[in-house]
Design a protein around this ligand. Sequence first.
Ligand SMILES: Nc1nc2c(ncn2[C@@H]2O[C@H](COP(=O)(O)OP(=O)(O)OP(=O)(O)O)[C@@H](O)[C@H]2O)c(=O)[nH]1
Ligand SMILES: [Zn+2]
Length: 359
Amino acid sequence: MLDEDDDCPELVPIDTQPGPPVGQIPVTIITGYLGAGKTTLLNYILTEQHNKRIAVILNEFGEGSALEKSLAVSQAGELYEEWLELRNGCLCCSVKDNGLKAIENLMEKKGKFDYILLETTGLADPGAVASMFWVDAELGSDIYLDGIVTVIDAKYGLQRCLYYPFRQIAVADLTVINKTDLVTEEELKEVKDTVRSASNILSCLSSPYLGVCRVDTCKVYGFSDFRSINGLAEKLQIVKPTRAHLDKSILTVTFEIAGDLSEDALNAFIQDLLWEKIFCNKDGQPMSVIRLKGIVSFADKGHQVMLQGVHELYELNETQQLWEENLRINRLVFIGRNLDKDILQEKFVSTVLLGSEKN
Ligand SMILES: Nc1nc2c(ncn2[C@@H]2O[C@H](COP(=O)(O)OP(=O)(O)OP(=O)(O)O)[C@@H](O)[C@H]2O)c(=O)[nH]1
Ligand SMILES: [Zn+2]
């Protein structure tokens, strides 16, 4: 059961709020750093009984886009239907035109929705995404910004004084502190204090595990009762970005390799990478992985296995998805610093891929 945090302020109606625009569709932005639990929250909302037509838009970008898309599909089955593709990969510059067009196309194809949920990439500045909605409000669009939900990883989210999480908290209408199962009460308190100091959030929730606990989904969308677009504009004024663009030191490496893997060797590879940090790039700097995703094939398993990693934590779970006959392609996405594709791929092939020693 998800506890509403007693210490957090109650939802308070904003006096000057104009009320939800009549006949328009609310968009809720779900943001949060790499691996915080955004997709887990989305999956939860979508599988919950709600009698609402909810469209989901994933804002993926960069080199790993196609791969990440396919990973999201396998994770969520048929729930995800549309992706917001950004041509030049930089959210701040390109979202305004592309984003609205993607949403309007989606509605043309699928009819009207009750709600639209938009998951931003972990490195997105949600303010840039949000601003496209209020600018457009004046132009009479069919959609309007309902609110911003920020998911915080209680274990890793605030640890490293990261820039993006703070900005993401600052613009949030609702902060969901996730992964509280991974921290002590004291650590959780620290996270809550930090979240509060970084924002004037209307409400915050903490979730022991979004994947299994019940989130009161009404709190995650349907903000229009208590917030206004003007309020957001004001908040964004206060938290003007000091860096306009994505963190360039964070790289994405992806590769695809056909064949079966040794499960033990894969575990050893991941542990060397995430725990021992023994892999270095060509300049001798240790690779540091923030996020790891993959679909992998083990010889004795007919189903695809999903790999998920966030900092030092990782898990391998068998999915419902069967491999096609003779078409087993391992797909991996690494996001982090000092990553070198050639070195990672060579190490992976030589140590993890079965039969590679014969090649
Ligand atoms: N222990 C624990 N793990 C969680 C919880 N919520 C999510 N996870 C795990 O965290 C990992 C990342 O979750 P996602 O929902 O994919 O995170 P995300 O924010 O969508 O990730 P990106 O889109 O890659 O930035 C997965 O392995 C989840 O199973 C939680 O409450 N507790
Ligand atoms: Zn996600």
